[in-house]
Design a protein around this ligand. Sequence first.
Ligand code: ATP
Ligand code: SF4
Ligand code: MG
Length: 369
Amino acid sequence: MSGEGIYEPKISGDTILFAKNLKVYFPVRRSLIDALRGKPQLYVKAVDGVSFDVMKGEVFALAGESGCGKTTTGKTILRLNKPTEGQIGYLPSKEVVEELGDVERISEYGHINVTSIDERHLRPLRKDVQMIWQDPFGSLNPRRTIYEILEEPLAIHGVGVSREDRYDIVAKALESVKLTPPDEYMDRYPHMLSGGQRQRVVIARALILNPKFVVADEPVSMLDVSIRAEILQLMMELKNKLGLTYLFITHDLAVARYISNRLAVMYLGQIVELGDARRVIENPLHPYTRALVEAIPEPEPSRRLTIREVPIKGEVPSPINVPSGCRFHPRCVALDEKPELKEYCMRKEPPMVEVEPGHFVKCWLYAKR
Ligand SMILES: Nc1ncnc2c1ncn2[C@@H]1O[C@H](COP(=O)(O)OP(=O)(O)OP(=O)(O)O)[C@@H](O)[C@H]1O
Ligand code: SF4
Ligand SMILES: [Mg+2]
């Protein structure tokens, strides 16, 4: 197989979001002495040239080992991180277009560039784009009641003119995540709920402003295995009912297979494989994805391995000193079979090529040398 088409995000009226060569570097703290001695500034290259597109209504999964840059990518979409380089195009909904006013458009379809909009445009953006966090306990203020937690975004965004209006909106939000009757939950504090109930509140809060695009960062990984399926099912029901699009971050390929249409596998700040989720998992092409997939045992949930426990040789290198060429080369078992590739893989970064329709891989096994 030899792929020729190089990956470019698809930009159309159906593309709700795209990333183009996105880079997010964090400066490593230097001591004053090091700075005075002229030691160069080092950077954690958390996201290092990521491109993808998400179609309206789909679930697009980002998977990969701990530290590969999934959360950083997700947070940058909400501009909770300022990117170093690249673009994030977002197609705003009719509801927020007016509030965004004359923001520069970067496509003929009306995408705005999230990476460069003014601070004042973040408010309307956050009505449309919300995040569901991983840790339901850490992301809910323990000193506030569930009512106060859910009312806060309404107050910030001026939704609901009277207190009665807001009460109704909060009650509906609780009903939508099946915390019923809502009155029973409003006066409780987060610690008075179970883990699953807390995550329902987190979901209700993310959806209360009627967003269109939701970044869900490992929304079930902290929950008991027994309630994960319930929460995933609820998320899918809400997606279909409310016409949402999800960017779903997970380290669990079994979850990605269950929930997503398309899947991007990240390694050390880059996407190394992208395509139809089932296809990528059933026919993984990149040596890294192959290793991840091999680590999923037959469906026996209690024994299911997650990516965090994957047995790939060696350690993930530091994102401060990324290996040259293909950054997976120090761990790549494909090189044991094809040692003649090694020199090449060590020196040159592979392009992301299309190996079968819509299935892209960043590896010299598939690209023209
Ligand atoms: N604010 C920050 N300052 C410095 N380094 C950061 C910051 N945020 C993330 N990093 C680093 O960037 C890299 C990517 O982190 P990120 O949280 O995006 O990974 P992740 O894929 O979400 O991992 P996990 O599966 O553990 O959640 C890591 O090396 C992390 O230590
Ligand atoms: S480019 Fe080379 S080192 Fe990288 S994954 Fe492919 S074969 Fe392995
Ligand atoms: Mg993370």
